[in-house]
Structures are given as structure tokens and as C-alpha cells.
Design a protein around this ligand. Structure first.
Ligand code: ADP
Ligand code: ZN
Length: 609
């Protein structure tokens, strides 16, 4: 079988994506490869296709139990003999799986790094014919990476102990030079093929909002996407609880995930989301690595993450099936200060000396500044991200929020001086909200309580809506003309540049949204299907849900949304036509083909054409 045949027969795909073919060739030739591809680019195919063609077994080393189960389920559905060895098996199940592996029953075995050191596994590996070792999430080997896992350091010794050196492939979505270097050195990859595919994900839409109320903004976003799956990332467990409760009260089918929950509840909630029983997953960053749900239509960040790497990895969980999906970040200045605090007050990592710790902290603060820069830029968001990862990109992608809106620059010099005067008058003792209320001449309890209506600047910006006054205050904060005190209830203070503004009265140009630019209409899938195709798509989804439920697997493991959409549009009439649909391999065509063909034909004879 050729690699093209393997791709078609098992995966149901017609062509390789960028980079996949080169990696497969290198591994088939027994060489090494270091593969850096963004989430959703298709890393798994890079080692699963060689695994099918090589004579021996392929070991996939992967950090996450949930990921393994999922991947193995998918492989088995495609007709590939596969198994996993990890802590979710009982000892008896484990021994049984090892026996079968010894008997050559599996082509692909997923294994947790901790297993490599155990006696039973070692003795198995010594006598097995291992052709390929694929290291998934390879950045876990580097202490510069975000998810350092000490057990990954055992991989090189394990590989060296094998009777015959297998091909070794390392896969990650993290591209920073430190980490790349560590992976190559620690895994002893000799002259590896180095593949870094473009980081752009064309189907993702990016937007940053700086709302007055994050909850209201979130609710609007979620309610505006009925029937679609989304993830809402929060910075803390407390936020997860609060936001999840809030959404549920408003009738959203939401569930939650964070490290503070019992393992059983975490498993259950994750499954509810994967199996479409809950539409929205509210989670900390503990959720997601290895989550392979391909039809997540949006990822909303309720808090700004600590760096662009984390952001892009989390946001990238949207739209893995290649259909249009949204990544929206709800930003507030407080997010920056919280992250700053966490970085400067973080615990020392085990065995790390003070100089290294300081270097790490400086690096983290630098990354945080770049992340905050993303939230404030008025230029193309996609370009900002791609440039961060060292790629060149056009000035305007034409599809992100910033590219879809016209901004205008207004001179806010006069207003800035009024605001600075007000902050000084209030003795630098109040937060953004009260300063804005005072300037707008609002009649609120706080204003009365502190007699702010007696101040000279009371009502000085009466002609502007409060929202715009707050926008100007935030702009002055970004410019360093004002600052916020640290702590839970930050108050507005005069910044370094305040004096210059008052004394010299320069013009201050602030960019603000004027209107929306006419843009090619883009909708999130499956919205763009309409008429009979949309109806058929709905019926195929219902059929899929029933099959998935009976088998106890997530729906996308049967067929992805993308595959069902294509079926709804092309309406195949025979098994052969069905197999021409992307994502329908031989095993799935045989297993499910008749049911889907019957549904399509019933739909057609129902009077639609
Ligand atoms: P990664 O591990 O890089 O995040 P995956 O391996 O999960 O990405 O692949 C993402 C999606 O793209 C999966 O649904 C996968 O089946 C699909 N895919 C991978 N390669 C191809 C291809 N050559 N043609 C079409 N779809 C592909
Ligand atoms: Zn853009």
C-alpha cells in the first residue's frame, strides 16, 4: 500500500496537507523528524500513516490519558488495530493488552511516559519490533515549555535501550527557539527533518473586546450562537464557577472543568461536552490539551492568558475541522495586573537557582507585555500573532475584527487634561468607574456619599457618554499618563506623563472604532448551509448522534461535521460515491455507509430535490 492509499483507505482523505508528506517520507525511511504545526494542522496523520506502512509497531508517547482513549477510539473506528497503555487500565487489563501487543495484534500503541520505566513494559519493548516512536506534545520535555513533564526525560534512555534504533518523530505546536532546541537535544534527534508549517489558521476569526461588563458581553456572544459548541476559558477556578453558574442561570447548557473538581466529575463534564450533552465548556487552562473535538465553533477568553503561546493554543481549539469559527478575547486591564502578580510572586521551580528564576521571570513579563499588546493593537490581529511566531504576514488579513472595522483618530488632548485634573482633584483615591461618573456629572450614591458633586470637575465631560469617558481613561492608562494602584480595588493615579500633558498640552491621538467596513459576509458553520441542504445536514447529525450514543463514542468520531456537510451538499447515492466524500474511509463506509445512504435517499424521496 502506498501512503496515498493509506490516507484514502483509512482516513478517507484525498490529499496530504502541507508538511505531512515530507514528515511521512522521513519517518518511513527510518529517520528523525521535528514537527511543529499549529493545533488542528494534522500532526496525527504524520505518524499514523507511517505506522500503517512500517513493518513493526509504532509507539506514540502522549501525556494525556483522555487524549489516548480518544485517539485509539478514532483509529479503531477507521479500522486500525490500536490500543493504549495507561493508568486508566486495571492491572489485569494492562497485562492483557501487553500480551496482545506481544502477539503483534496492534499496529499503534499509545503509552504514557511514566510507563516506559516499568519492568513489564521494558521487557515487552526489548523483544518487540518497534519501527517508530512518535513523541506527541514533545514540548513537555523542556522546562522552558509550559507543560514540563519530568517523565518525558526518560524517553531518550528508553529509545536508546531498544535493540534497534527506531525512527523518532517529535510533534508539538510550541515553536519558541528554546523549546525547539531542547527537544532536539534531549531526544537526541540526529539530523532530523525540521518541519514548521505556517501558523496561520485561515478559518479562525479573531476579535478583542474591552467591555464594561464581561458577563453581559459573554452572554451576548453565547446567545448569539445558539446550538453551537464553544469553550469559555477563565483564569481561575473561582471565575469558572461564577461564569458557569451565571450562564446556567440564563438558560445556557454549560458545564465546567478545573483542577479543583473531583476526577470523576471532571471526566463526566468533559464527556458531556464531547458528546454534545453540554454546549458550552467553562474551564481553566487545565482543560483542552488533547481535546480533539473538531466542531468547537468558538473559543471565548473571559480573561487574558499570560502569553500568546497559551492564547493561540487555547483559541486554536476552535474550528479544527477547518470550518469558520471565532476566537474572541474579553480584555480588561485587571487581567494584565493579575498576571503580573502571578509571575512576580510565583513559586520557584524545583531545583532552580535564583539567577535562572530571575531570567525566567523577566522572560515571562516580556511575553505578558506582548500579550497585552495584542489586546490593544488596532492593527491586524492575525498579523500580530503570526509575527509573534516569527512569520511574515500581510498588513491586513481582511477577516479579523480590526480589519473589518474602520478606525478614526481623534485628538483627545483637551479631554485628557480634564481627566488628569479630575484625578488630581479626587486625591487619586477612586477607581475608573467613579472618576468617569464624576466627569459625566452622574447622580449616583457614591457621588453623593463622597460629595463629588462639589468638585470643580464634576460634569466637566458631560457632553460625552460615560462609555466614551471610560474609553478615554483606559487610553490614558495605556499611554502611561494615568496608572492604576495594585490590589483588588485599584484606584486611578497620575502617571509619569501626566505633568507633561498638563504643562505642554500636546495633541493626543486616540484610535477609535468609527464603523464597520463592508466585508465579504462570513458566517460560522453550519450557518452557511441553507434550504434543503441545511435540513438534510440536521437529519444526518441526528442519525450520527444516535449511532454515537449506542456505541458510547463522541459523535465526531463517527463522522465530523465537515464530512456530514459535504454529504448534505453532494447527496451521494452509492457506497462508491459516499467514499468520495472527504473523511469517509473504507472501514467507516462499510460500517455506517448504508445507514447514511438510506437517510439521504429517504430525504430525497420525501419530495426534496
Ligand atoms: P493536530 O494534532 O495537529 O492538532 P489533528 O491531527 O487532530 O491535528 O488533525 C486535525 C483535523 O484535520 C482532524 O480532523 C484530521 O482528521 C484532519 N486532517 C488531518 N490531515 C488531513 C488531510 N490531509 N486532509 C483532510 N483532513 C485532514
Ligand atoms: Zn486582520
Amino acid at each position: 500500500m502506498t501512503k496515498e492509499e493509506a490516507l484514502k483507505t483509512y482516513f478517507g482523505y484525498d490529499a496530504f496537507r502541507g508538511g505531512q508528506e515530507a514528515v511521512i517520507d522521513a519517518l518511513l525511511a527510518g529517520g528523525n523528524a521535528l514537527v511543529i504545526m499549529p493545533t488542528g494542522a494534522g500532526k496525527s496523520v504524520c505518524y499514523q500513516v507511517p505506522a500503517l506502512l512500517l513493518p513493526g509497531i509504532t509507539l506514540v508517547i502522549s501525556p494525556l490519558v483522555s487524549l489516548m482513549r480518544d485517539q485509539v477510539t478514532q483509529l479503531v473506528q477507521m479500522g486500525v488495530p490500536a490500543a493504549f497503555l495507561n493508568s486508566s487500565l486495571t492491572f489485569k487489563q494492562y497485562l492483557l493488552a501487553l500480551d496482545r501487543a506481544r502477539a503483534g495484534r496492534y499496529k499503534i500503541i499509545y503509552v504514557a511516559p511514566e510507563r516506559l520505566e516499568t519492568e513489564g513494559f521494558r521487557s515487552f519493548a526489548e523483544h518487540a519490533d518497534i519501527s517508530l516512536v512518535a513523541v506527541d506534545e514533545a514540548h513537555c520535555i523542556s522546562q522552558w515549555g509550559q507543560d514540563f513533564r519530568p517523565s518525558y526525560l526518560n524517553i531518550p534512555a528508553f529509545v536508546a535501550s531498544l535493540p534497534k534504533r527506531p525512527a523518532v518523530g517529535a510533534f508539538t505546536a510550541t515553536a519558541t527557539p528554546d523549546v525547539k532546541e531542547d527537544i532536539e537535544r534531549l531526544l537526541a534527534l540526529k539530523e532530523p527533518l525540521r518541519i514548521t508549517t505556517g501558523f496561520d489558521r485561515e478559518n479562525l476569526y479573531f476579535e478583542v473586546q474591552q467591555p464594561d461588563s464581561k458577563k453581559a458581553a459573554l452572554l451576548e456572544l453565547v446567545k448569539g450562537r445558539p446550538g453551537k459548541c464553544g469553550i469559555v476559558y477563565c483564569a481561575t477556578r473561582k471565575n469558572v464557577e461564577e461564569v458557569c453558574g451565571f450562564l446556567r442561570e440564563r438558560g445556557v447548557s454549560a458545564t465546567r472543568y478545573h483542577a479543583g473538581l473531583e476526577a470523576e466529575e471532571r471526566r463526566q463534564n468533559q464527556e458531556d461536552f464531547l458528546y454534545d450533552r453540554a454546549q458550552v465548556m467553562v474551564a481553566t487552562n487545565a482543560f483542552g490539551m488533547g481535546i480533539d473535538k473538531s466542531d468547537v465553533r468558538y473559543v471565548i477568553h473571559y480573561n487574558m492568558p499570560k502569553d500568546i503561546e497559551s492564547y493561540y493554543q487555547e483559541a486554536g481549539r476552535a474550528g479544527r475541522d477547518g470550518l469558520p469559527s471565532s476566537c474572541i478575547l474579553l480584555y480588561s486591564g485587571q487581567d494584565v495586573r493579575t498576571n503580573e502578580f502571578l509571575i512576580t510572586h510565583g513559586e520557584l521551580r524545583e531545583g532552580m537557582d535564583a539567577a535562572t528564576a530571575e531570567r525566567l521571570q523577566e522572560r515571562d513579563l516580556q511575553r505578558l507585555r506582548r500579550m497585552a499588546g495584542y489586546c490593544r493593537t488596532r492593527h491586524c490581529l492575525r498579523q500580530y500573532i503570526l509575527q509573534y511566531f516569527g512569520e511574515s504576514a500581510p498588513d491586513c488579513c481582511g477577516t479579523c475584527y480590526n480589519c473589518l472595522h474602520n478606525f478614526e483618530e481623534v485628538d483627545v488632548g483637551r479631554e485628557a487634561r480634564t481627566i488628569v485634573a479630575c484625578v488630581a482633584e479626587l486625591n487619586q483615591a477612586f477607581g475608573v468607574g467613579i472618576v468617569a461618573e464624576t466627569l459625566c456629572g452622574a447622580e449616583t450614591d457614591k457621588v453623593r456619599k463622597y460629595h463629588l458633586d462639589r468638585e470643580r470637575s464634576y460634569g466637566a465631560l458631560r457632553e460625552l457618554p460615560q462609555k466614551e469617558v471610560r474609553e478615554r481613561i483606559r487610553f490614558l492608562l495605556d499611554e502611561g499618563i494615568l496608572t492604576l494602584s495594585p490590589g483588588q480595588y485599584p484606584v486611578v493615579r497620575l502617571g509619569e506623563r501626566a505633568e507633561d500633558i498638563v504643562r505642554n498640552g500636546p495633541a493626543l491621538w486616540m484610535k477609535t472604532v468609527r464603523d464597520q467596513r463592508p466585508a465579504p459576509s462570513r458566517k460560522e458553520a453550519p450557518g452557511e448551509l441553507d434550504g434543503p441542504a441545511a435540513e438534510l445536514f440536521g437529519r444526518l447529525r441526528a442519525l450520527r448522534a444516535g449511532i454515537a450514543r449506542r456505541q458510547g463514542v463522541p459523535a465526531y468520531v463517527v463522522f465530523t461535521d465537515k464530512t456530514l456537510r459535504e454529504m448534505a451538499l453532494c447527496r451521494p447515492g452509492s457506497l462508491q460515491e459516499l467514499q468520495a466524500v472527504s473523511g469517509v474511509g473504507a472501514a467507516k463506509a462499510e460500517r455506517y455507509g448504508r445507514q447514511f445512504l438510506a437517510e439521504i435517499s429517504a430525504f430525497e424521496s420525501g419530495g426534496y430535490s
